[in-house]
Design a protein around this ligand. Structure first.
Ligand code: HH2
Length: 249
């Protein structure tokens, strides 16, 4: 899953693809590099990010979804029902919802539309303020299974779970989830994970800035795939596809 952020403020590429033509060109580049799916988002969910009104989010993402939908599978990265609905009408077939609440919208989209339930503690404004869990792996896992079951019950046939690296988690929480990713895989739901360029990777690579976290991102993507993750959400598609191809033999 390659990432196209049509935002002014995303943590790793904010402002680079706010212009529709630039976003579409970037999406085409990711497809050429081997992305099986392109995730289009119009609202940053980085820690502390301010919410974006639905009309503005729609203005950002819809032309990009429309332009790319004929070339690759599109997921819509949104927390808003209206945005997910419009994106499905424009050709998106996966609802990637960091609030894990839009399963009814995915179900209404029909049998070809899947749903990603991601775990987040609270919301982006507050999620990194001293997050606590009894047992991060068990807590996140049981939340995701409950959300996935709700999506199935609503009629969604394709349901992914994603532990939500960095969404209300300390670095120790993130590493613990990665170390025990097999527990998520054992639920039987396909696992998606997004570590790409995230802050906890900078912290173990001499404070490497976001654009200098390719190796760390690829290493965690490979680790996740070897543990059984079926999809990785990445900014650096070319490097990740090369690494995945080598590991797959
Ligand atoms: N991470 C981000 C956004 N959406 N969706 C899923 N399923 N899993 C993730 O880990 C995930 C996600 C954050 O990354 P990015 O989109 O690059 O940044 P921003 O939220 O600042 O736009």
């Amino acid at each position: 899953m390659g990432v196209v952020n049509v935002t002014p403020d995303s943590f790793s590429d904010g402002g680079r693809f706010l212009d529709h033509e630039a976003a579409i060109a970037h999406g085409r580049r990711l497809i050429a590099e081997g992305a099986d799916l392109v995730d289009v988002g119009g609202e940053s969910t980085r820690p502390g990010a301010a919410p974006v009104p639905a009309a503005e989010e729609l203005r950002r993402v819809l032309p990009v979804v429309e332009a790319l939908a004929g070339a690759v599978r599109i997921s819509i990265d949104t927390r808003k029902a209206a945005v997910a609905e419009a994106a499905i009408a424009a050709g998106a077939t996966l609802v990637n919802d960091v609030s894990a609440s839009l399963h009814e919208v995915a179900a209404a989209g029909g049998p070809g539309v899947g749903f990603v339930a991601m775990h987040m503690l609270g919301d982006p404004r507050t999620m990194q303020k001293d997050p606590h869990y009894d047992d991060v792996v068990a807590d996140v896992c049981s939340f995701l299974v409950e959300r996935a079951d709700a999506a199935r019950a609503a009629g969604v046939e394709e349901v992914w779970i994603d532990p939500g690296i960095g969404f209300g988690k300390t670095a120790a929480h993130n590493w613990s989830i990665l170390r025990h990713l097999d527990r998520f895989v054992q639920t039987g739901h396909p696992v998606l994970i997004g570590t790409s360029r995230k802050r906890f990777l900078g912290a173990v690579t001499d404070d490497a800035p976001v654009h200098d976290r390719v190796e760390a991102s690829v290493a965690t993507a490979v680790w996740a795939m070897v543990q059984g993750a079926r999809m990785v959400r990445v900014h650096d598609v070319r490097a990740t596809v090369h690494a995945a191809t080598v590991v797959a033999g």
